[in-house]
Ligand binder design. Sequence first.
Ligand SMILES: C[S@@+](CC[C@H](N)C(=O)[O-])C[C@H]1O[C@@H](n2cnc3c(N)ncnc32)[C@H](O)[C@@H]1O
Length: 359
Amino acid sequence: MNARQPHADNGVAPLDMDGLSRILFGHAAFQYLNAACELGLPELLAERKESSREEIRDGLGLADRSVDILLLGCTSLGLVQRDVQQEENSRYRLAPVVLDLMAEGDWQRFKDTVAFEQYIVYEGQLDFTDSLRENRNVGLRRVRGSGRDLYHRLAENPQMEQVFYRYMRSWSELANKHLVEHLDLSGAKHLLDCGGGDAVNAIALAKANPGLDITVFEIPASRTIAEKKIAQAGVGGQVSVVTGDMFSDPLPTGCDVVMFAHQFVIWTLEENTALMRRAYEALPEGGKLVVFNSMSNDEGDGPVVAALDSVYFASLPAEGGMIYSWAQHEECIRAAGFHSAQRVPFPGWTPHGVIVATK
Ligand SMILES: C[S@@+](CC[C@H](N)C(=O)[O-])C[C@H]1O[C@@H](n2cnc3c(N)ncnc32)[C@H](O)[C@@H]1O
């Protein structure tokens, strides 16, 4: 009966019982992915091309029952393929999509994202319903510390801080090659990277634009990690760090581009507009605002990664956030005084893109 129903407007096929069960057990599907990553199953299969159950058991140091559970899950989810030609002596191979990520050099970035979901996102999402009811990030109560948001609690949780910044770097790197490619900074002299994290995007832009100076503006707790990464990348002559609160402290002066990378998914639309207004005031006439993060579509029905990622932003980091639509970003940009906003969606499986607006 489902087969005769048309696809929804966003191209999504009508949900059948298989799809509904995968949602029901979505948390368990993720645990198979996480366990495979932590145990090293993908690397073992990639190295050996194919392996028997016993070779996997011994290679991963698992008991018989444990390897049976792992292979039951990983094969039924498609992470691993079982060779059906050899019924008696099954051989297991890695899913082509994982091999592709490895070939593209993105597998470690993907795994850093898995670790972030496991060790930071998972627990806070238990409060998703209450976060919707109360329209605030109830899940933050599960993160030890007294900081006003997740970022101000990371320093109080060093293990979490490591997982977070490893992920943030990788998540940025999955998309910032497109940022570097699409962002024309030929006339720019000094870019301010507001909430620039460990300087991952500043470093990429500095390398691509040797004449450009960049200031990373961060909370004091993130200074050390940003300065360490800048020194490691050898761009200390071009990129520096200034600490402060981008909501309340004066923004560094003398910049002709202000970038916010992965910022406008965290805060409310009102806070986003306020930040953009601060950028507007700091910029000269003709100066540019750069918005780089994930965006959802203007219809409010996808893409699915934007929808799923929004559970984290609703539950955990700060009081109000989600993967807002392109149009919502543009409304804030206009309200802050900018004109001629240009949107560029990026290719790839993450819903990233950039909007560039001019003062
Ligand atoms: C989601 S991370 C994005 C990091 C980086 N821009 C990237 O794309 O990889 C948000 C960053 O904003 C910083 N941040 C949060 N609140 C801030 C504030 N009030 N002032 C300056 N930075 C802030 C956090 O410390 C964190 O590094």
